[in-house]
Write a protein that binds this ligand. Structure first.
Ligand code: S3P
Length: 424
């Protein structure tokens, strides 16, 4: 058990670790380039290290130091791994690499940890199979272990209307589409994070993007920039945005945060609830926007949202639920069925564990979450279900309330290895 003590206020300048989604993509795309790429502010969390380990097993030279140096093998230079690829806890590693390995002329088998082995993969395997890929998973959900065979012939470009907004599914199709014989079109119900598209464009690939439609043209080579600078992860900044808002007499400046518009739903919703968040020193690098965020204590009110907003803050909902518990009135979050298939069933986990800290405050249906704000908070012992975002959200919840003890704190290494150092 790790015990988190109550915190009175927060007055800090904080630097947060690199963006997890962008770190994965930086390693994957650099591995497909002909020239070396240096990656700065790479997130050396367990998930992104799983991606590095998989790429190395496919023959890519990657050196891990203060910066990451990737010496890519070119678009057609990946090699058959002599062992199983282990994606660990990382859905992004697995789903994107299913897309990348589907067109390769070799066989590869993936596995992962007990959480990833339960997560649905049919959503990626279905469109890739339509493109002509040969991918076999366990049972109807196509769970791990999954084997990708050399395709019978070159993949064909398809038009695919995605039933759910998912950047992982979209990115898997985009990566496979680079190797297809004709262009591929993807139509999303709502825009999800677009880091793959932005980075591929920075690598010279041809994509046409119009509203929710993305057309990807087959590529002959990728031309890498010499350096990629990864912005700070807004999903990690979310914990400090919430904590500084709900604690009294607090003011925090979070430096170098990625504020790509497909990721800033947390800022929009917190502001709608009454939070004071200023975006300072906004600047561009490699197609992504960086800024410093200044956040000051505020009184919050409950709000209702869903639909298009959800993909823009899907990973921040546990942190937002904490904010909502300190707001006046109810907060209703609709269209969040996807939370049931994250690292754990996050809707069930929130209801079960957050109610221990603020009794009778959290209710869920199959696809929605309601938070009754302003109830009494008590010290509690809570379970994280080995989910990094549950661990960090419970920690800030306890810190702003009467303290909390969590059963597993180690899982924060997935996305935020020094989270507790900073919290303490
Ligand atoms: C991610 C996409 C999201 C997100 C995950 C990272 C990505 O998943 O929840 O943490 O890097 O593409 P979905 O694509 O399943 O929504």
């Amino acid at each position: 058990m790790k015990k988190i003590l109550p915190i009175k206020n927060l007055r800090e300048e904080i630097t947060i670790p690199g963006d997890k989604s962008i770190s994965h993509r930086a390693v994957m795309l650099s591995s497909l380039a002909d020239t070396p790429v240096e990656i700065e502010n790479f997130l050396a969390g367990a998930d992104c290290l799983s991606t590095i380990s998989c790429m190395k097993k496919m023959g890519v030279d990657i050196q891990i130091g203060e910066k990451i140096l990737v010496k890519g093998n070119g678009l057609f230079g990946l090699r058959e791994p002599s062992d199983i690829l282990d994606a660990g806890n990382s859905g992004t590693t697995l789903r994107l690499l299913l897309g990348l390995t589907a067109p390769q002329n070799f066989l590869v088998t993936f596995t992962g940890d007990s959480s990833l082995r339960k997560r649905p993969m049919a959503r990626v395997i279905k469109p890739l199979t339509e493109m002509g890929a040969s991918i076999f998973g366990r049972n109807d959900n196509k769970n791990l272990p999954i084997t990708v065979l050399k395709p019978a012939k070159k993949l064909r470009g398809i038009t695919y209307k995605m039933p759910i907004a998912s950047a992982q599914v979209k990115s898997a199709i985009i990566l496979a589409a680079l190797y297809a014989e004709n262009p591929t079109t993807i139509i999303e119900p709502y825009p999800s994070r677009n880091h793959t598209e932005k980075m591929l464009q920075a690598f010279g690939a041809k994509l046409e993007i119009f509203n929710n439609e993305i057309k990807i043209f087959p590529a002959e080579k990728l031309t890498a920039p010499e350096k990629i600078i990864v912005p700070g992860d807004i999903s990690s900044a979310a914990y400090w945005l919430v904590l500084a808002t709900i604690l009294k007499n607090s003011c925090v400046i979070i430096k170098n945060v990625g504020i790509n518009e497909t990721r800033t739903g947390i800022i929009d919703v917190l502001k709608n609830m009454g939070a004071q968040i200023e975006i300072l020193n906004s600047r561009e690098s490699g197609g992504e926007t960086f800024a410093d965020l200044k956040v000051t204590s505020s009184k919050l009110r409950g709000v209702e949202f869903g639909g298009e907003m959800i993909p823009r803050l899907i990973d921040e909902i546990p942190a937002l639920a904490v904010a909502a518990a300190f707001a006046e009135g109810d907060t209703i979050i609709n269209d969040v069925g996807e939370l049931r298939v994250k690292e754990t069933d996050r809707l069930a986990a929130i209801v079960e564990e957050f109610n221990k800290i603020s009794p009778n405050s959290f209710e869920a249906t199959e696809k929605s979450l309601t938070i009754h704000g302003g109830n009494k908070k008590v010290f509690a012992e809570c379970k994280t279900f080995a989910d990094h975002r549950m661990a960090m959200s419970l920690s800030i919840f306890g810190a702003a309330a009467d303290g909390v003890a969590i059963d597993d704190s180690d899982c924060v290494k997935i996305s935020y290895p020094n989270f507790f150092e900073l919290l303490s």
